[in-house]
Ligand binder design. Structure first.
Ligand SMILES: Cc1cc2nc3c(=O)[nH]c(=O)nc-3n(C[C@H](O)[C@H](O)[C@H](O)COP(=O)(O)O)c2cc1C
Length: 173
């Protein structure tokens, strides 16, 4: 067994949960003992050899991530940490590189002082039926595209790049 990995995620409308589960499945296939759990349930990071953190962007900020990192900083500095943010920025018909970079930077900033071994922005999903009136107004204003843009091949491919990083215990903080 290659080690125990926790994939901890924040979500408001559920799309990040599916991605976290897919990442955990991919790591399991590579021989890790891996599982996905929502951030509030991940109250102890004891006994893990690596952690993947995932959060959707809301108004430019990864949901709940900075507070989680502050609370678990002592445990997170001891293991390799990888992170993904979900957002609609990369799902735009013509994604603007500077906006994608800004979103990725928001992820890195939320993780500080933890330096991730990998960090990626992944295309998310939006279901207008699940949104509040305020959220509908915001997404209309942002001209956010509507639909499920999660790219399961890209998600699986990213998860596989984590395998050697977690095997080697690379880049602990
Ligand atoms: C009110 C609102 C604000 C959002 N703000 C951003 C944003 O700033 N940047 C971005 O890339 N995506 C943004 N999104 C898109 C979400 O990050 C995306 O839909 C994500 O997949 C939602 O994850 P969840 O279903 O796990 O809550 C926003 C969506 C909503 C509804």
């Amino acid at each position: 067994m290659a080690g125990r990995i926790l994939v901890a995620y924040a979500t408001k409308h559920g799309s990040t949960a599916g991605v976290a589960e897919a990442v955990a499945r991919e790591l399991e296939e590579a021989g890790f003992e891996a599982g996905a759990a929502p951030l509030p349930a991940a109250d102890s990071l004891e006994g893990y050899d690596g952690v993947v953190l995932g959060a959707p962007l809301y108004m430019g900020t990864p949901l709940d991530l900075a507070a989680f990192v502050a609370r678990h900083r002592a445990a997170l500095v001891r293991v390799p940490v990888a992170a993904f943010a979900m957002g609609l920025t990369p799902a735009a018909p013509e994604p603007k590189p500077e906006q994608v970079e800004q979103a990725r930077k928001a992820l890195i900033d939320a993780l500080s002082p933890i330096r991730p071994v990998a960090a990626i922005l992944l295309a998310g999903a939006i279901d207008r039926a699940k949104m509040s009136l305020a959220e509908r107004a915001v997404t209309r204003l942002l001209r956010a595209p509507s639909g499920d843009f999660r790219d399961w091949n890209a998600i699986g491919a990213w998860a596989r790049t984590l395998v050697p990083l977690f095997r080697g215990g690379a880049g602990t903080n």
